[in-house]
Design a protein around this ligand. Structure first.
Ligand SMILES: [Fe+2]
Length: 235
């Protein structure tokens, strides 16, 4: 059970989109960083490549990122997993051809006071759906797929699987129009009780910041592949 729920709630705020935060050259540097980082996961079946933003590959970019984020959210600590050498990972860069399902990135450490997460798109087409609904346990993928729900033997940094969300937010059917337009990769019954807070249309140079307790997923709108950087903070 998570501690500090009251503290987490006190710092909650609406999701925020910051436009024109990174210029062309800076985005180019992020893409270069992505190219240079070693691949962590290449799931050929799901067609997704995941890389950890390891420290030391581009110190200038690390500094720039932290300074700009601090300007938006005030003091924070990165809430990171660690690499094999015990060094903090800055975040996760993901290149995918298929949308990511409903989940929450509320963290892996019950004692920590999770705060905001950020998303920086590095490719132009895509969108991310943030739901009003929140979840105060740890990082979880929400699904009804029995095969997924069977997965209990999780490795370091993997989300739990759960269908618990269906008991938390009521029975109201999800908006059919929004489902059709943005979320047709999700079973509409898996979205019961959820309401959309914000749909972030990706725009290169912008950044999305939102509370780590928000349920979210990518939209089904993908042209070819998309690349984005996700980072996670705590207080
Ligand atoms: Fe996420």
């Amino acid at each position: 059970m998570r501690e500090k729920i009251e503290e987490i709630k006190k710092l909650e705020s609406a999701p925020k989109i910051i436009k024109n935060l990174y210029n062309k050259e800076e985005i180019e540097e992020f893409l270069n960083l992505y190219k240079n980082l070693p691949t962590t996961v290449h799931n050929k079946k799901q067609n997704v490549i995941k890389k950890r933003w390891l420290q030391g590959y581009n110190k200038k970019l690390e500094k720039l990122f932290c300074e700009r984020l601090k300007k938006e959210i005030g003091d924070f600590q990165m809430d990171n997993l660690q690499d094999e050498n015990g060094k903090d990972i800055y975040g996760l860069i993901q290149e995918s051809y298929a949308p990511i399902g409903l989940h929450v990135d509320a963290g892996f450490e019950p004692k920590s006071q999770v705060y905001k997460q950020s998303l920086i798109p590095l490719s132009p087409v895509g969108s991310t759906v943030i739901f009003k609904n929140r979840f105060y346990e740890g990082s979880t993928n929400f699904t009804q797929d029995p095969e997924e729900l069977k997965k209990k033997d999780l490795s370091y940094g993997q989300n739990k699987r759960s269908s618990e969300h269906l008991k938390l937010y009521g029975d109201k059917p999800f908006d059919k129009k929004i489902h059709e337009k943005y979320l047709n990769h999700e079973n509409i019954d898996n979205l019961k009780g959820l309401e959309v807070e914000l749909i972030y249309e990706w725009e290169v140079g912008s950044m999305l910041i939102f509370d780590r307790t928000h349920l979210h997923c990518s939209s089904s709108v993908i042209k070819g592949k998309k690349i984005g950087i996700a980072t996670f903070t705590k207080k």
